[in-house]
Design a binder for this molecule. Structure first.
Ligand code: ADP
Ligand code: MG
Length: 536
């Protein structure tokens, strides 16, 4: 930068600040590593849980969250550091893409940066580091794919794999002691989907009360609503009209009209006119000939009575999600206008039986034998809402992973096996590469090896010794060895049944290395308020 006289030319506005070069990079490293360290202790089957408690007015104890899920922890954090934000983002993406490995991805990115920082201190230029990491990532990815295996989707082996994968995912969660029970439940639910990846068909209902073991899988779809009084409570061979429409007379509500009248007669006239409009709408609905009418919005007394008189069962004020699911499961279309009764056959949903059931103390409506027979419901019971929420998150993770596995079919051994294999591949590669990049490749291997190291540490085992034994075991050619987290030894993953979905590992590897690269490239952080719009 040219210095004019003694004055630095001022580019940025007064309030804006700029961190350059080393300082900028240091800031990014510190932020990212801090985030990774925060979730580090939750990694693995012996990982700890965290309590998240929002502060500020109106945030009572009921809002606290107890969780082990990386994405949940990171999502709820509000950070200032840009690099930290990037890590939070990749964890969220991991959650949305594959559902599991959310801690792994953040920890791996953090460990990569920790190694990166050391390389920079050794005066290796970031571009060399990045080039090395890219080579390492490709080698690791290739090894990961090579060690994965695939089974025929209809075979018993594949089914067993699914159960093992679900168990592995659940083993780091609160419900680890009941993981067999839940793994089985999740696999059954996912297999019902018959290859579809629409999680909407699997409804999760949380009902405080009972114990976790009272949770069960119900085939059919359960809506957390009650049937309106005066209607039939049991409908066989139901034809369902799902609607999102206002049943009162809209105009007055929408325009907030004030009506001035000089006598009570006039009020009666308006009322009569309104009633007439409601009746008109109900008549239009009746033309579709449904036997059940589900509406997103309230249905007022008068239309309700009209519908009930025509023998139609009315369910009002269904929540949006619930309604969409009813539509999906029964094959209905959600209507808001009723001008095409000739399309009735296409837009009405079908199911064999609708009935009111009791779960715990609550009345609910069950739709069985739905047109799209994939639909099912997992009813979760547990002592408190905090437990239920965490069980819900865990089940959701497991379901996502299972769906991904059904799509991708390839699986790898868990318990740190894949990370150790990838690290070994990187180290072999480093021996072949000339120049400084080799350091970066070795660093990549060390970062990968940190994952099993942290899993060991979290279990209270001697990681230095275990990881060395692990290396030796792999070297000997024992392809399925891995961490036995009950005994603190190196065990056989095929005996222990610890398997994981290849996609989860792939995604974690790619996302973590991309994020680390992105952060590594930074050499300037400019902080300033967004430019104000200037008047033309
Ligand atoms: P994430 O949020 O990244 O999924 P987890 O806390 O679920 O983090 O931990 C996942 C890691 O724990 C994986 O690397 C997996 O191989 C390992 N793991 C899970 N269950 C076991 C087990 N029973 N024995 C050994 N390792 C396990
Ligand atoms: Mg997990």
């Amino acid at each position: 930068m040219d210095i004019v006289g003694n004055v630095l030319p001022q580019v940025l506005k007064d309030e804006a600040t700029e961190d350059k070069g080393e300082m900028a990079r240091l800031q990014s490293f510190v932020g990212a590593i801090a985030v990774a360290d925060l979730v580090k202790t939750t990694l693995g089957p012996k990982g700890m849980d965290k309590i998240l408690k929002p502060t500020g007015p109106g945030q009572e104890m009921t809002h606290i969250t107890v969780t082990n899920d990386g994405a949940t922890i990171l999502k709820s954090m509000y950070v200032e550091n840009p690099a930290a934000k990037i890590l939070i983002e990749i964890s969220k993406t991991q959650d949305e893409e594959v559902g599991d490995g959310t801690t792994t991805v953040a920890v791996l990115a953090g460990e990569l940066l920790r190694e990166g920082e050391k390389l920079i201190q050794k005066r290796i230029h970031p571009q060399h580091v990045i080039a090395g990491w890219r080579i390492a990532r490709d080698v690791a990815l290739k090894r990961l794919r090579d060690i994965s295996s695939e089974n025929d989707i209809n075979s018993q082996e594949f089914h067993d794999d699914l159960v093992k994968i679900a168990r592995t995912t659940l083993s780091s969660k609160l419900i680890t002691s009941d993981r067999d029970y839940f793994a089985d439940l999740c696999v059954k639910a996912v297999l019902r989907l018959k290859g579809s990846s629409n999680l909407d068909y699997i409804q999760i209902i949380k009902l405080p009360g009972g114990t976790i073991r009272d949770s069960y899988l119900d085939d059919g779809f359960i809506l957390k609503k009650q049937i309106t009084i005066g209607c039939k409570r049991r409908i066989e061979n139901a034809k369902i009209l799902v609607a999102n429409t206002a049943m009162d007379y809209d105009k007055i509500k929408i325009y907030g009209t004030k009506v001035k009248v000089n006598s009570m007669d006039k009020v009666a006239e308006i009322e009569a006119a309104e009633k007439e409009k409601m009746k008109h709408k109900v008549d239009k609905i009746l033309k579709y000939q449904p036997t059940v009418f589900v509406n997103r919005q309230l249905i007022y007394n008068y239309p309700e009575q009209l519908l009930a008189d025509s023998g139609i069962t009315v369910i009002e004020h269904a929540d949006f999600e619930g309604m969409e699911r009813v539509a999906a499961a029964t094959g209905a279309e959600i209507l808001s206008t009723f001008d095409a009764p000739e399309r009735s056959a296409q837009v009405l949903g079908h199911c064999d039986l609708i009935e009111e059931i009791m779960i715990g103390e609550e009345k609910m409506i069950k739709f069985s034998g739905c047109k799209k027979n994939e639909a099912c419901t997992i009813v979760l019971r547990g002592a408190s809402t905090h437990i239920l929420d965490e069980v819900d998150r865990s089940i959701h993770d497991a379901l996502c992973v299972l769906i991904t596995t059904v799509k991708n079919k390839r699986v790898v051994w868990g318990g740190g096996n894949s990370e150790m294999q990838m690290a070994a591949a990187c180290e072999e590669e480093a021996k072949k590469v000339q120049g400084k990049q080799a350091f970066a490749i070795e660093a990549f291997a060390r970062a990968l090896r940190q994952i099993p190291t942290i899993i060991c540490d979290n279990g209270g085992y001697d990681s230095a010794e275990l990881i060395q034994n692990f290396k030796v075991e792999l070297q000997k050619g024992n392809q399925s060895c891995g961490l036995n987290m009950t005994d603190g030894t190196i065990g056989n993953m095929s005996e222990l049944g610890v398997k994981e979905c290849l996609r989860v590992k792939e995604q974690a590897l790619m996302a973590a290395s991309e994020a680390a690269e992105l952060i590594m490239r930074v050499d300037d952080i400019v902080k300033c308020a967004p430019r104000k719009r200037e008047r033309a």
